[in-house]
Design a protein around this ligand. Structure first.
Ligand SMILES: [Zn+2]
Length: 410
């Protein structure tokens, strides 16, 4: 009943303009006969009982008597993995949050939204007014020309002439953090998704990027840098970027520097397949041609990064709008196709991503005491990671956010 109620509340809360539902405490949920992949070992724990309480994992393994008023779900041997992490998203709507959650994603890192929608969404999740995913917000993109995003805050009017000097860069970082940003997103190169731009072309210099990183570091937040071209990516890593986004043309020397500095790589590879075909978030002939030459380059870089031991993490660079075809489960399948073991591909979306985002003590694995973010699929994803594309149950912060098959409810 609680699950059904949750689904109704989720549906209501995901409708634009609907009053938010009352926050609900996460009750006790007991999952029986679960095969568990905790993202630290390729040996699944079979036939386990998982108890979730107050949004945390209370126990895994032994089978205590379910407490009063617990939701008990018999998984009948289905497979449980940690909720997936999308480390590069542009979710800016309630409906986008719902679509992400229903595709197994229980944690997202924003890579900027136009008007601090990510900060607002994070507040709704924290208040329990909407089901997750948990949002790490980035606020407004730190880029030389703010365009329409200059309307996001009256203080941004000072950037009408651009965001280029060290003082301007630091000021924009500070406004973002004041507004609640957990990360700062900036630009090392031009965009791939605009036909008139050249993604190989560097935008901010190393010293400009350093001004951004220094200002962010002073406020205790990390910087993620959009960089397709190698020159811009190398400058970003030297300046202290924590993660490099896209990285289509990364050279071995940049990858070695990333390894040395502990920088992570979010290739957003799936997005190139959206770019390369009609429909989806991108639908343009010049971009289809561009993607055809970007895909093999990106594939080489991802393989090289993995071989060098640079952490590769999943991000799918979408708002999760109604036309989006980009999903973290698809990115995992692509990593598998590029030679990752199934466990490594899953870790890129769970434990490794959590480490890169600095949240590994509470999400990314299924351990007692960690947040109760988990998903249930029909088949063993270590046999075929595509099983993650067919989700049955999603639990975020201990709440059943999606249950597609009403089996075993007692
Ligand atoms: Zn992006």
């Amino acid at each position: 009943m609680r699950a059904m109620l949750s689904a109704v509340l989720l549906a209501l809360s995901a409708t634009r303009g609907t009053a938010q539902s009352v926050p609900r405490p996460a009750g006790r949920v007991v999952l029986l006969h679960a095969n568990v992949i905790d993202a630290s070992t390729s040996l699944p724990l079979r036939n386990a009982t998982i108890v979730l309480e107050a949004g945390r994992i209370l126990s895994i393994g032994a089978a205590p008597a379910p407490g009063a008023a617990a939701d008990t779900i018999d998984l009948e041997g289905r497979w449980v993995v940690p909720g997936l992490i999308d480390a590069h998203t542009h979710i800016n709507s309630l409906a986008g949050m719902k679509r992400a959650l229903e595709s197994c994603v229980t944690t997202v890192r924003s890579a900027s939204t136009p008007h601090y929608e990510d900060v607002g969404l994070r507040a709704l999740v924290r208040a329990g007014a909407i089901a997750g995913p948990e949002m790490l917000a980035a606020g407004v993109f730190v880029t030389p020309s703010l365009g329409e995003t200059i309307l996001a805050d009256p203080r941004l009017a000072q950037f009408a002439g651009g965001v280029t000097t060290p003082a301007q860069l630091a000021a924009l970082v500070n406004i973002n953090v004041d507004r609640g940003a957990d990360w700062i997103k900036t630009r090392g190169t031009e965009r791939a998704g605009l036909a008139e731009q050249d993604p190989r072309k560097q935008v901010y210099s190393e010293s400009q990027l350093r001004a951004i990183v220094d200002a962010a570091r002073a406020r205790g937040v990390g910087v993620l840098v959009h960089a397709h071209g190698d020159e811009g990516a190398f400058a970003a890593v030297k300046a202290g970027a924590r993660t490099i986004e896209h990285g289509t043309y990364l050279s071995d020397s940049t990858l070695r520097l990333m390894k040395e500095r502990g920088a992570c790589f979010t290739p957003t590879y799936t997005t190139l397949f959206d770019l390369s075909s009609p429909g989806g978030d991108y639908d343009s002939a010049p971009l289809q041609l561009r993607a055809a030459h970007m895909i093999p380059r990106a594939a080489d870089g991802i393989r090289a990064a993995h071989a060098l031991g640079v952490p590769v993490i999943t991000g799918v660079d979408t708002e999760y709008g109604p036309n989006s075809v980009s999903r973290v489960a698809t990115e995992i399948a692509h990593l598998r196709d590029l030679g990752f073991t199934p466990l490594d591909a899953i870790r890129s979306a769970t434990s490794v991503a959590a480490q890169c985002l600095g949240i590994e003590t509470r999400v990314g694995m299924l351990k007692v005491g960690m947040e109760a973010d988990l998903v249930v699929v029909e088949r063993n994803p270590l046999d075929d990671v595509r099983a993650l594309q067919d989700v049955v149950i999603v639990i975020a912060d201990g709440r059943v956010a999606l249950k597609r098959i009403p089996f075993g409810v007692r």
